[in-house]
Design a protein around this ligand. Sequence first.
Ligand code: AMP
Length: 443
Amino acid sequence: MSFTTLGLSKPILRAIAEEGYTTPTPIQAKAIPVVLAKKDILAGAQTGTGKTAGFTLPLLQLLSDAPQTKGKPRVRALILTPTRELAAQVGDSVKTYGKYLPFKSTVIFGGVGINPQIERLKRGVDVVIATPGRLLDLANQRCIDLSAVDFLVLDEADRMLDMGFIHDIKKVLALLPKKRQNLLFSATFSNEIKALADGLLDSPTLIEVARRNTASESVEQRIYPVDRERKRELLSHLIKDHDWRQVLVFTRTKHGANRLTEQLGKDGITASAIHGNKSQTARTKALADFKRGDVRVLVATDIAARGIDIDQLPHVVNFELPNVSEDYVHRIGRTGRAGNEGEAISLVCVDELKLLRDIEKLIKRDIPQVKLKGFEVDPSIAPEPIQQRSAGRGGNRGRGGSGGGGSRPKSTTSATRQDSGRSRNSARPGTKQRSRDSHRGNR
Ligand code: AMP
């Protein structure tokens, strides 16, 4: 199958050919014709499957098929994402795929100045890619008119619900015209997602592609058993020994990310951290430095890493296993993207054996273990509860006090909100605005 048979116009085909895409990925092959047929879709697709082009290409086509009436463009397509990084990423894709089309698009998220966003909206845009909080702020200030939206995309809807955006999403929906086409993308289908889909979608076509955790044979996964206190030493050893040039490393906490970044620096390995405590400018810079190859290691927490899309990212390292097994799948989805080879390595100490078992249960396979000479595990070391350890050392709060168990604590719903650029005073009258991080938890 090739893109030419999917019903896309020349300017779009030219843009994707320049990106080097020759064959549609499975989600693209399934979604593009359905979206072009103006149907709602409910798509189960994880990041890394090519889902962004799966909705962006047909959207651009539909926008071209029904040109704007003369005058300033009105917002006709709205794409909602859970995080700023993903919004920026999708915004880049819309620009790339639409570069030979006359449409204007803009990205809207919190944590950066609102005025440039207002200015851009005033000039008129066709496509808006936004996180829900800042979008509502702009709508409340009457700086954005959503009454002409024909297409709504909810990208990574499960993550949006996880992050407590359901009320914001409902408020946004209330601002849209009743008649429109809706596309909902989600990696998982919880009851909450089903309820959202029921209320939102009109006889949707269900599209599913193989989950990354079963399909991603292109990611080679390995476990390095290691003592808790020797993880940093092992990581530096692996990076130097294998001469890894671009490594994305996950830690469980923001404090852990900072500390590891410093320690790697001391080992002579350039590293920067990306997490919720960093300003948007700092995060964008860290990502750009990493993409350019100026920085060898990017240390990230789970939430901050959502939306990171780097072509052919060769190495992902779990410095600590995530508390939530699904996050492991999201993490390793950062490598081996769109058919490239990738390697995902986890440094696992005695505290994390239950987490490892949960992950292996989820992905339905045992991950091969590599016992490295010189880093043999000391069997006399007793396991410690994970949460205590990160709270005690870092002085940071743990992640909702789950004690390192495998389930996501209920309290993270509000604690991990990311789109914190909006004023909470307006949302809850009389509430003193809390600091951004107190909302975000420790990731
Ligand atoms: P996504 O799942 O949308 O985050 O896309 C994952 C990666 O796959 C991105 O780096 C895209 O540039 C790339 N990609 C998307 N579609 C294709 C395609 N048909 N052929 C090759 N690469 C693609």
